[in-house]
Design a protein around this ligand. Structure first.
Ligand code: ADP
Ligand code: TYD
Length: 209
């Protein structure tokens, strides 16, 4: 049984870890069972935040300062929560979101404790909504680079060194230690169907807990 006021599931991990694939598979399976779902992603997921996504990811010429970038991610998130996520939860849907605040904690916060503090504060005071369940997909840096090599959008990832990608992988894994009540680590290296089966079983167990 799922709570009547909806359920919020997020997928996290480095680019290429299989979040989009697994989010789609989970949505399909839950719909087959009869649940009402809404699949979304960040940055983006509402008209306003899709515009901010373009400013963040598509405009290579715009060099935002670190703090401005954090504020843009949170501006996009606030609009996404207000216009898309919360209304869907209020009608009892399961919202599945490809990335959320954990991505900002890792990409914009893990190298700088002051920035991490600001991120946690924006989450607490501005966003307020926390996921009920977060799946962290973990793959090796080699697999990630292989899977994303041809992506135009991933100019951000592809300019990172392998050791930086390895640090990000570890930082994502550490979320399951920092937030053990909601963050669960899954290997993203198995076949998509196998991972989807594990995630569906885990999700149903949480609904029934
Ligand atoms: P993300 O959203 O984390 O960037 P995607 O789901 O878009 O990851 O997957 C990145 C690429 O890897 C895609 O080409 C996808 O088809 C492929 N892929 C996804 N999951 C797996 C998997 N478990 N094994 C092998 N390739 C995968
Ligand atoms: P996304 O479209 O999820 O890329 P992918 O499917 O390849 O994982 O995310 C786009 C990029 O935005 C990705 O490189 C991660 C980055 N990002 C941040 O740096 N901070 C954030 O808070 C979010 C949500 C994403």
């Amino acid at each position: 049984m799922m709570p009547s006021k909806g359920y919020f599931i997020t997928f996290e991990g480095i680019d290429g870890s299989g979040k989009t694939t697994q989010a789609r598979l989970l949505e399909k399976k839950l719909q087959t069972i009869g649940y009402q779902t809404h699949l979304t992603r960040e940055p983006g997921g509402s008209p306003g935040s899709e515009w901010i996504r373009k400013l963040l990811l598509k405009q290579k010429a715009l060099e935002w300062s670190d703090l401005t970038e954090i504020l843009l991610f949170f501006a996009a998130r606030k609009d996404h929560v207000e216009k898309t996520i919360q209304p869907a939860l209020d009608t009892g849907k399961i919202v599945i979101c490809d990335r959320f605040t954990d991505s900002t904690r890792i990409y914009q916060g893990s190298e700088n404790p002051h920035h991490r503090k600001i991120i946690d504060s924006l989450q607490k005071h501005i966003i307020q909504l926390e996921p009920d369940l977060t799946y962290i997909l973990s793959i090796s840096a080699e697999e990630a680079l292989q899977r994303t090599i041809s992506r135009e959008e991933d100019w951000r990832l592809n300019r990172l060194s392998k050791s930086k990608v390895n640090t990000l992988i570890q930082d994502f894994k550490n979320l399951s230690i920092e937030f053990p009540e909601r963050c669960y680590l899954f290997s993203g290296s198995n076949s998509p169907v196998e991972i989807a089966k594990e995630i569906l079983e885990f999700t149903m167990a949480r609904f029934n807990a």
